[in-house]
Design a protein. Structure first.
Length: 314
């Protein structure tokens, strides 16, 4: 087992990150190359193969390639359907195309699903069979592991927890529904609320941090202001913790997971409030044992796409 190697590939709109991962989940090496997402399907494929060629050069023991891609996609057939961030691929058979060059097992899935599996197999949820994973960044993605296996639903489009609404009168999400947790608690959402609050008269050091340009305020700006003791930034984060607690309480009542793992860039913003988030989630959940569900930070962090891709084949 120790000699088995898996290639994990994380495809985004502007980059392809790839890494070699061993059977214990260690990322041995990794590289990044530009993704050609606004050209032909072949150009997009070439970027993926370029990353694979570089990461596998001189190595032996490769037994599988796992690719994380934005959706919508069909994980059963390995087909990329119509992701907005990858206009080069429409109904593109990515797994089959890669397998023609690399005759090993090739799997394709979305990044949150794969990251959930990596955390369950090797990371923060190791030892648990039922896992709810949330990545909080510019958006919110989720993955579900039931009995040690990823949950996809009937068509492969399941586990879209980021588009569960907690407020039918809330702002309209990019998906078209009002009040999704993504439009309320993602990095983009907290930045939007910061800009709206300052435009309405709130005083904050965020303006200075953003170089005097309110429109330049991002999620990380809120984080920097909070660390500097900004009261308005703290207020925004506490409000967001309340929204996340309600959402996570819903997930516990629906799924009854053994553990919740949180990853993504914006998750660092909320980490100092994990105890408060856990307590409030337990209070809101109907499940009387909700307080027994630990809340953990992702083990793989920014490398979850590489680890997740590898986990698809391990």
């Amino acid at each position: 087992m120790a000699d088995l190697l898996y290639a994990g590939v994380d495809v985004g709109g502007t980059k392809v990150a790839a890494g070699l991962v061993d059977a214990s989940g260690r990322i041995l090496s990794q590289i990044r190359v530009p993704m050609i997402s606004h050209s032909s399907p072949e150009a997009g494929l070439k970027a993926v193969l370029n990353a694979l060629d570089q990461i596998t050069a001189g190595s032996s023991g490769l037994v599988g390639i796992g690719i994380c891609s934005p959706g919508p996609l069909d994980p059963f057939a390995g087909i990329i359907l119509n992701p907005p961030n990858l206009p080069c691929w429409r109904n593109f058979p990515l797994a089959e195309s890669v397998q023609k060059v690399y005759p090993v097992k090739v799997k394709v899935d979305n990044d949150a699903n794969a990251a959930a599996l990596a955390e369950a197999r090797w990371g923060a949820a190791r030892g648990y069979k039922n896992v709810f994973y949330a990545t909080i960044g510019t958006g919110i993605g989720t993955g579900i592991v039931f009995d040690g296996k990823m949950f996809h639903g009937r068509t492969g489009a399941g586990a879209e927890g980021g588009h569960v609404s907690i407020d039918y009168k809330g702002p309209v999400c990019g998906c078209g529904k009002p009040g999704c947790i993504e439009v309320l608690a993602s990095g983009n959402a907290i930045a939007r609320r910061a800009r709206e609050g300052i435009a309405a008269g709130a005083k904050s050091t965020m303006v200075a941090i953003a170089g005097g340009n309110v429109d330049a305020i991002r999620g990380e700006t809120v984080g920097k202001a909070f660390l500097a003791g900004d009261p308005f930034a703290k207020q925004l984060i506490i409000e967001t913790i309340e929204m996340l607690a309600l959402w996570l309480a819903n997930m516990i009542d629906l799924l009854d997971p053994e553990v919740i793992v949180i990853g993504g860039g914006a998750a660092m913003l909320y980490q100092p409030f994990y105890d408060q988030l856990h307590e409030r989630t337990s209070q809101l959940a109907v499940n009387p044992r909700a307080n027994q569900v630990p809340l953990r930070s992702s083990h793989y962090g920014a490398h979850s796409g590489i680890a997740g891709g590898a986990a698809l084949c391990a």
